[in-house]
Design a protein around this ligand. Structure first.
Ligand code: ADP
Length: 162
């Protein structure tokens, strides 16, 4: 990638990626030239899709958009930031309940790596209620999740259920 571009990392589990995540990614590109979606695992949850599957889903969704790149990572976000030399982190906020966790996380990250700055984008009113965990739950019970995730993810969720 070229130097001088404003780059940011958008980290998360994205298990699976939803329209809420995609909206944050697209809107963040009004501010940043390039966005690196970094797919990690949440230690408190067993993943539904492997990181490789999530990477494939995200690559397909953004295949027409050169400004978005997806990577998998293990370990600390600050280590990924140092490795990529990208110290700007984008996160989405849905509700007050997200705030406390995000506040603590961003403070921890900045303590570990003072160059890291986190940027928070407010969810759009269209997507504020969407979460990956709710999508997983509804899909596992056979519900229609096509309003919440793109068609490729919807198909993967259906296959997973079978
Ligand atoms: P994590 O497991 O790290 O919370 P997620 O994949 O659940 O990762 O979410 C990644 C980021 O995207 C978080 O900042 C989260 O708040 C945000 N996010 C998730 N769903 C939405 C949504 N519907 N609208 C806006 N932001 C969202």
């Amino acid at each position: 990638m070229e130097r001088g571009k404003k780059r940011a990392i958008y980290p998360g589990s994205f298990d699976p990626i939803t329209f809420g995540h995609i909206d944050i990614a697209q809107r963040s590109l009004k501010i940043f030239d390039e966005l690196i979606i970094a797919i990690g695992d949440n230690r408190n949850k067993d993943p539904l899709f492997s990181k490789a599957q999530r990477l494939a889903q995200i690559n397909e969704i953004f295949s027409e958009n050169d400004a978005v790149q997806a990577v998998m990572f293990d370990g600390l976000l600050v280590d990924l930031a140092r490795q990529l030399e990208v110290f700007t982190v984008v996160r989405g906020l849905r509700a007050v309940s997200d705030f406390e966790f995000e506040f603590q996380l961003s403070s921890f990250n900045r303590k570990m790596e003072p160059r890291v700055e986190s940027f928070f984008m407010m969810t759009s009113e269209k997507y504020f209620y969407i979460s990956s965990s709710m999508v997983r739950q509804v899909a596992s019970l056979g519900g229609d999740i096509s309003d919440f995730v793109p068609p490729n993810v919807s198909a993967d969720l259906k296959n997973h259920r079978r």
